[in-house]
Write a protein that binds this ligand. Sequence first.
Ligand SMILES: Cc1cc2nc3c(=O)[nH]c(=O)nc-3n(C[C@H](O)[C@H](O)[C@H](O)COP(=O)(O)O)c2cc1C
Length: 188
Amino acid sequence: MLNDSGFLNLCRLRRSVRRFSDRPVEKEKLELCLEAARLAPSAENGQPWRFVVFNDPKKKQAMADAVFKGIYAASRNFASAPVLVALLIKESLLVNKLGRMVQGTPFQFVDAGIAGEHFVLAAAEQGLGTCWVGWFDGRALIKHLGLKGKGFRPIALIAVGYPAPGFQPKELRRHALEEITFWNSPPR
Ligand SMILES: Cc1cc2nc3c(=O)[nH]c(=O)nc-3n(C[C@H](O)[C@H](O)[C@H](O)COP(=O)(O)O)c2cc1C
């Protein structure tokens, strides 16, 4: 059995929230999440992430209308989150181009994932619910923000808010440690 730690408990506590209460999210709490994201590590300290925070209800709705259309309408429920954060990367960094060319790994995606999860865990620690949203129209987001041709690429949205009363997360399904960990031997 693993020893418990505050951090491990936070990892257990964080679950995707897909229904939110109307309670507004305090700006200071969002700022703390953003600060946690800012401190994330990145390849060559490139920090390619950019966070566009939609906490103005009208602006958030306009963005949601743009990105949750057509085949992406399945994500419309996230429009009711009090805050939607668009996680983008700035693609022009030399280190990312080199990483992809030489090693094959597009590190800027890794970097964005780490920063996004810092954000999400900081939110969980403050009692906020979040959900990563990958099912949205990224091209529409770029158009909506007037970023066409400017070297930005959308990675994900993060819905943020207090969980709706009675919200129950889905059952936690994770592989067992021995299915994902291989000590001194190749994976099966
Ligand atoms: C990159 C990424 C994209 C995701 N996109 C969606 C999405 O579009 N819609 C959704 O409902 N959940 C989405 N999720 C949430 C996952 O479904 C969820 O994390 C997973 O089922 C595990 O559940 P948990 O977060 O409650 O532990 C996404 C998660 C990640 C990390």
